[in-house]
Design a binder for this molecule. Sequence first.
Ligand code: PMP
Length: 449
Amino acid sequence: GYNRVLEIHKKHLSPVVTAFFQKPLLLHQGHMEWLFDAEGNRYLDFFSGIVTVSVGHCHPKVNAVAQKQLGRLWHTSAIFFHAPIHEYAEKLAALLPEPLKVIFLVNSGSEANDLAMLMARAHSNNIEIISFRGAYHGCSPYTLGLTNVGTYKMELPGGIGCQPTMCPDVFRGPWGGSHCRDSPVQTIRKCSCAPDCCQAKDLYIEQFKDMLNTSVAKSIAGFFAEPIQGVNGVVQYPKGFLKEAFELVRARGGVCIADEVQTGFGRLGSHFWGFQTHDVLPDIVTMAKGIGNGFPMAAVVTTPEIAKSLAKRLQHFNTFGGNPLACAVGSAVLEVIKEENLQGNSQEVGTYMLLKFAKLKDEFEIVGDVRGKGLMIGIEMVQDKKSRQPLPQEEVNKIHEDCKNMGLLVGKGGIFAQTFRIAPPMCITKLEADFAVEVFHSALTQHME
Ligand code: PMP
């Protein structure tokens, strides 16, 4: 029974991971956008195992391909060739613009970003890596230096160094506080700009330049950015910011890395990759999560030149990366995205749903902001629209739990865990979007009573 599960969990599984919900969900089965718990209750999955199940749980085509490959060959290690890796490499490369054509296959987003850091340092001959406040790029000891959100970045003896810089957050302002002058969380210093600062791309660029002129950043190796911040609560940057930031980084000899772990593979609808929505061309692109629909795989794609710089300096090896099973699954995922027009569906259903969620802002004072792109949507909860103080954690948790009890799973994120995150498998329908908005509306109504 459930109590036995709790006992085993407590005894044998690390307490470092905190589960969603007071009574954590014990999941048993998945089918496309649906999940079923051990008691047979059904949930519409609007978080996809943290933005990972891209084409649907146990998608029949992906499963069939995986089963076929399982019976043929699982593992060779990277020192041998096999057909699935070449088929996959060609398919993936075709989706990226020139000169991003060289692929390294790994097993997780953290590993992909670790490798991207090595590449940036090997290629630039520099040391410093820059990432935004609020960024999440992984939890490996190396990428933890890049991650600047919540409590992930713990204080370890010796520190975990990298250079965090302000995040040009359209809603909260560059220092990530409640908003500008009366920020409750003073990450560095108060933002002194006007309340409408968040449209002020130029101001943020000035701050970015200041940071680049500090002594630390003078030897910049690389700059990491998520096209939209995921873990930080679907945070978007002012239009044009990333393009200018990339130019500034390159002018100092650094390389630009787009972390597409959440934003890639058509989730944003209008484009296959998030960097395309900013009209930039990165030097390195990292991807994971949706790449394998839940199968552990990830990739780093870069230019022949950068790939050569790394090879000149290091031998790099990975036992499981690019294994036949992962590559077969990856190919099937790409085929399904194309065959079922899932990028188009993300665009259509995402746009439709964003508008519907945005209407809640007029009705509820505690809905501070509704934002996002395609099927990556954030709903930021506040005490009131004017102060933008985050809604207290217990209240956010209550709404979150109420949604679950009505059959809808959504995510949470942000520095105060104040933002609901909506990122369903890309196969959802408008009808299901309607259901999700209705459930969320009911949970908010209950909350206000
Ligand atoms: N980058 C981004 C943008 C992420 O959201 C995550 C995971 N939340 C990672 C990297 C790390 O990926 P993984 O958990 O597979 O190591």
